[in-house]
Design a protein around this ligand. Structure first.
Ligand SMILES: *Cc1c(COP(=O)(O)O)cnc(C)c1O
Length: 339
């Protein structure tokens, strides 16, 4: 990837003259079955540009209450675009109940904002990387279009869904209007996301990228890494998924860890810590001392994510590290309460 970046042919992408950016955009559009694409710096920027290209000030978007767009992007669409988020409950599998979505669509009434957009997330990060099926994506698209809404997919991790479901990524997006996909994270590029959609939408997205300061000049050095990402790094996500499943199975055997390995479909392992003598922050700190990095996400849960730098052999070391931290706590506190 570094070699491809160093050797990339470049030009000024603000003038549309960077051949490597143009090639990445064309390749990604084709891979995802859409007519056009635009490179942006991050998943957050991809979602923001997309929402602002679909909605104007005072318009409403329907979004899951556990969605990355709703929870983890500073409310950018509201802060910068005046787009009103209407959150609906997220099911444990990352889906939104479509009857609830339908009820949330506003009637034409001067009290209400106008509902313009439905957003979905696939895979769904906060629910532990769950994949939304082709049937669900198609049903959600049909619902949105029946009500004259657009459907945007936060597909930061769509590649993982495609690999886990063994379907083409284009099939998952067949009926949707736009999607934003990360080249970083699982695919290993240092920077970059790609937005896909129809040419008219992508034209608006290019303008929106520019007003947000996202127009880049010789961005071919970034795009070159992205081309390696989409051509060489997608299939190997299956290794990350297998490693995540092995990790989930291994730690599910340990005292005080609660997780059903069957729900680990992709690269994210969210598990519950049920110990009176250890908080998620303490478990995370203890594992860090043993060279294992993962984050507490609330007062009872932690989240681990596998990636291309973690091998199957590493996973065995990680499970050992868990056993050591969980075991030593119990020993040093032998008169304490064990759950
Ligand atoms: C990581 C992630 C993002 C944001 O991507 P960045 O490149 O970190 O801005 C958006 N949505 C989902 C589902 C993610 O997992």
């Amino acid at each position: 990837m570094r070699g491809a970046m160093a050797a990339a042919a470049v030009g000024d992408d603000v003038y549309g003259e960077d051949p490597t950016v143009n090639r990445l955009e064309a390749m990604t559009a084709e891979l995802l079955g859409k007519e056009a694409a635009v490179l942006v710096s991050s998943g957050t920027m991809g979602n923001l540009v997309s929402v602002l290209s679909h909605c104007g000030r005072g318009d409403e978007m329907i979004v899951g209450d556990q969605a990355h767009i709703f929870l983890s992007e500073q409310g950018g669409a509201a802060a910068l675009g005046g787009v009103h988020p209407r959150s609906v409950p997220t099911a444990p599998d990352g889906t939104l109940d479509l009857a609830t979505v339908e009820e949330s669509i506003r009637a034409d009434d001067e009290h209400y904002p106008r509902t313009r957009l439905l957003t979905l997330e696939n895979t769904h990060n906060g629910s532990g990387g769950r994949s939304l099926s082709v049937a669900y994506m198609d049903a959600a698209s049909a619902l949105a279009h029946r009500h004259d809404l657009k459907l945007h997919v936060d597909g930061a991790r769509l590649w993982n869904a495609a690999v886990a479901l063994n379907v083409a990524p284009a099939r998952l997006l067949q009926e949707v209007d736009s999607a934003s996909l990360c080249l970083s994270k699982g695919l290993g590029a240092p920077v970059g996301s790609v937005i896909v959609g129809d040419p008219e939408f992508i034209r608006r997205a290019r303008r929106m990228r520019k007003i947000l300061g996202g127009g880049m000049r010789q961005a071919g050095i970034i795009a070159a890494a992205g081309i390696v990402a989409i051509t060489e790094m997608i299939e190997r996500l299956a290794d990350d998924h297998a490693n995540a499943h092995t990790l989930a199975q291994g730690i599910s055997q340990l005292d005080g860890i609660s997780i059903d390995p069957a729900v680990v479909e992709t690269d994210i392992v969210i598990f519950e810590l049920r110990r009176d003598d250890l908080t998620p922050a303490q478990l995370s700190a203890g594992l860090k001392e043993l060279g294992v990095l993962l984050n507490p996400i609330d007062s009872t849960h932690l989240r681990a994510v596998t990636n291309l730098h973690v091998t199957a052999a590493d996973i065995e070391r990680v499970i050992d590290a868990f056993a050591r931290v969980l075991g030593s706590r119990g020993d040093s506190d032998s008169d304490g309460v064990r759950v």
